[in-house]
Design a protein around this ligand. Structure first.
Ligand code: AP5
Ligand code: MG
Length: 215
C-alpha cells in the first residue's frame, strides 16, 4: 500500500501515520520529520530549510522532491509507505507521479483529513513531541503520564519552534493557498478518500482503515 496523508497542520497526519505503520507494516515518510532531523544535525539541507520552516513557509520543491526520490527507493519501502506531509504543492505531486511511473508504480490511496481552523490551532499550540522517538502528545487531548516525559521511551518532550501562534496562522494560510488544491488534483485521479478528522484519535483511525479498505 502506497498512500498519502493529506491535510492541514494539526489535522493528525503524524498521529495517524504512527498508528497505521504498525497495522500496515510499512514505513511513515514525513518530510517534516526528515527536515527537522537535518536542522538538528546542522547539515547544509537543514541550514537551508530552517528559516522557511520557522516562519511557517514551505521549503523549496527541489529540496523535498530530492528527499522523497531517495527515500522511496530504500529497501524498507518495497511493500509501500505512508507519505506524511508530501506532496504539498502541485509541482511536488506532478514530480511524484513522474517518479512513480518511472519506477513502475503508483499511489493507491490519498487520505484527506480535515478539521476546522480553531481545532487545528488548539491541537498545535498544545502539541508536545518526544525528542528521542518522535512520539506525539497533547497537553490536554493526549497528555503524557508524567509531565514533559515520553510514555513510550522516557525521552524529553519539547514544543516545536513552528508551533507558536504566528507561525501556525502562516502555515494554515500556506496550506490553503498551496496544498489544498491537491484535493481536487487527487479527486480528478480517483484516488481521494475524504475522512473527517474530528473526534477521538482511535475513531479516526477506524475511519481511515475503512476508507482504504483494510478495516
Ligand atoms: P510538518 O512537520 O509536516 O508539519 P505540518 O504539515 O504543519 O503538520 P503537523 O506535523 O503540524 O500536523 P499533523 O497533521 O502531523 O498533526 P499531529 O498528528 O502532530 O512540516 C513542517 C514544516 O516543514 C512545514 O511548515 C514546511 O516548512 C516543511 N515541509 C514539510 N514537508 C514539506 C513539503 N512537502 N514541502 C515543503 N516544505 C515542507 O497532531 C497535532 C496535535 O494534535 C498533537 O498534539 C496530537 O496529539 C493532537 N491530535 C491529533 N489528533 C487528534 C484528535 N483527533 N483529537 C485531539 N487531538 C489530536
Ligand atoms: Mg506531522
Amino acid at each position: 500500500m502506497r498512500m498519502i496523508l493529506l491535510g492541514p497542520p494539526g489535522a493528525g497526519k503524524g498521529t495517524q501515520a504512527k498508528m497505521l505503520l504498525e497495522k500496515l507494516a510499512i514505513p511513515q515518510i514525513s518530510t517534516g520529520d526528515i527536515l527537522r532531523a537535518a536542522v538538528k544535525d546542522g547539515t547544509p539541507m537543514g541550514l537551508e530549510a530552517k528559516s522557511f520552516m520557522d516562519s511557517g513557509g514551505l521549503v523549496p520543491d527541489s529540496v523535498v522532491i530530492g528527499i522523497i526520490r531517495d527515500r522511496i527507493q530504500d529497501e524498507d519501502c518495497s511493500k509501500g509507505y505512508i507519505l506524511d506531509g508530501f506532496p504539498r504543492t502541485i509541482a511536488q505531486a506532478e514530480a511524484l507521479d513522474t517518479m512513480l511511473s518511472e519506477l513502475g508504480s503508483g499511489i493507491d490511496a490519498v487520505v484527506s483529513l480535515q478539521a476546522d481552523e480553531e481545532e487545528l490551532v488548539r491541537r498545535l499550540t498544545g502539541r508536545r513531541t518526544c525528542r528521542s522517538c518522535g512520539f506525539g502528545f497533547h497537553v490536554m487531548f493526549k497528555p503524557p503520564k508524567a509531565e514533559g516525559v515520553c510514555d513510550e521511551c522516557g525521552g524529553e518532550l519539547y514544543q516545536r519552534d513552528d508551533d507558536q501562534e504566528t507561525a501556525i496562522r502562516e502555515r494554515l494560510s500556506v496550506y490553503g493557498e498551496q496544498t489544498q488544491p491537491l484535493i481536487d488534483y487527487y479527486r480528478g485521479k480517483g484516488t481521494l478518500k475524504e475522512v473527517d478528522g474530528l473526534g477521538e484519535i482511535q475513531e479516526i483511525q477506524g475511519r481511515i482503515l475503512g476508507a482504504i479498505g483494510t478495516a
